[in-house]
Design a binder for this molecule. Structure first.
Ligand code: PHE
Ligand code: FE
Length: 296
C-alpha cells in the first residue's frame, strides 16, 4: 500500500540485495487461485461506471481477467511493452529508500501472498490482490505511469528534506484513494478504493465523505485514516493535470511552507476548498465510539 513504518532494516533470508523475492507462482494452491477469482469477479462486476476509463482500459489490456493469480513475469512483459514498468515481489514492507528506488526505476513492488478466504472484505496489509488488481491497471496508462515514476524520484528527494509525512499524504490521496472527474461524473482510480468491495461504492455514492477538488499543498497538510473508509476524497481533473502540477512544482519550498502550518484534520473543510460534495460525516460519527481513529 503506502510507504509506512518498517520493521526490517536488511533484506530477510531468501531476498535479493534489492529486497526482491521470487513470486513463486507455481506454489500457489488451488484455493489461493480461487480466492483471486472470487475477488476479481466481484470487483470486475462493480467497476464499470465507477472506475476511471484509464483503470478499466488497464484491466483489459493487461488481460487481468485471465483466471488465477497473475504471474508477475507474464504481467511484466505486457506492462513493459506499454509503459516500461515491471512488477516485482517483495516480502511485505520494505525500507522507504528501497520502495522509492524501485518506483523511480519503474519497478512496482508487490506482495506475493493472498488473503485468506475469510478476509475477502478487508485486510490491513497489502496482498497480491490489492497490489496487482488495485495498482497495476493504472500503470498501463502512460501518464499515470510517468506520475508514479516521478513520485519515486520525489520520494528519494523528500527523504533529504525529512518530508515523507507530506509526500506520503500525496500518495495516499492520489495513488491509494484518488477520485477523478470525467465527462460522465466522478470516477475512482485509487487502488485502495478499486480493490475494496465496500469502499468502491462508498467513495462515490455515500453522502458521508467530503469530495474536494485536488490542491497539492492542501492535500499535503491533510491527515488521513488507515483503518476505515476515508472522510475526504480529493478529485483530480485529469491525470495530465496531476502529472503537470506535481512535476512542475519544486516541492522543497512547499515542504518548508507547509512545515510552518498546522495539519488539517480529516473531515475538515477549509475556506479555500473547492468542494464538490460536503459530506454529512454521518458514517464517521456512527463509527466513533466503536473504534478509535488511527491517524497518519
Ligand atoms: N516535483 C517534486 C519535487 O520537487 C517531485 C515529484 C513529482 C513528487 C511527481 C511527486 C510526484 O520533489
Ligand atoms: Fe497500495
Amino acid at each position: 500500500m503506502a510507504e509506512g513504518t518498517h520493521v526490517l532494516d536488511k533484506p530477510p533470508p531468501g531476498a535479493a540485495a534489492d529486497w526482491t523475492i521470487p513470486q513463486n507462482w507455481a506454489h500457489y494452491t488451488r484455493e489461493e487461485h480461487e480466492t483471486w477469482d472470487k475477488l476479481f469477479e466481484r470487483q470486475a462486476k462493480l467497476l464499470p461506471g465507477r472506475a476511471s476509463e484509464a483503470y478499466l482500459r488497464g484491466l483489459d489490456v493487461l488481460k487481468l481477467s485471465k483466471p488465477g493469480i497473475p504471474d508477475f513475469e507474464e504481467l511484466s512483459e505486457r506492462l513493459m511493452k506499454l509503459t516500461g514498468w515491471q512488477v516485482v515481489a517483495v516480502p511485505g514492507l520494505v525500507p522507504d529508500e528501497v520502495f522509492f528506488d524501485h518506483m523511480a526505476n519503474r519497478r512496482f513492488v508487490a506482495g506475493n501472498f493472498i488473503r485468506r478466504p475469510d478476509q475477502l472484505d478487508y485486510l490491513q496489509e497489502p496482498d497480491v490482490f490489492h497490489d496487482v488488481f488495485g495498482h497495476v491497471p493504472m500503470l498501463a496508462d502512460p501518464v499515470f505511469a510517468d506520475y508514479l515514476a516521478a513520485y519515486g524520484r520525489g520520494g528519494l528527494r523528500a527523504m533529504e528534506y525529512d518530508a515523507l509525512k507530506y509526500l506520503g499524504r500525496l500518495y495516499w490521496y492520489t495513488v491509494e484513494f484518488g477520485l477523478i472527474e470525467e465527462a460522465d461524473g466522478l470516477r475512482i482510480y485509487g487502488s485502495g478504493i478499486v480493490s475494496s468491495f465496500a469502499e468502491s461504492r462508498f467513495a462515490l455514492d455515500d453522502p458521508s465523505p467530503n469530495r474536494i477538488r485536488f490542491d497539492l499543498a492542501r492535500v499535503m497538510r491533510t491527515q488521513y485514516r488507515i483503518d476505515d473508509f476515508q472522510q475526504n476524497y480529493f478529485v483530480i481533473p485529469s491525470f495530465d493535470e496531476l502529472l503537470r502540477v506535481t512535476v512542475e512544482t519544486d516541492f522543497a519550498p512547499l515542504y518548508r511552507a507547509i512545515g510552518g502550518k498546522p495539519d488539517i484534520q480529516i473531515g475538515h473543510i477549509m475556506p479555500d476548498d473547492s468542494v464538490i460534495t460536503t459530506g454529512t460525516q454521518e458514517y464517521a460519527r456512527s463509527r466513533r465510539g466503536e473504534q478509535q481513529a488511527v491517524l497518519a
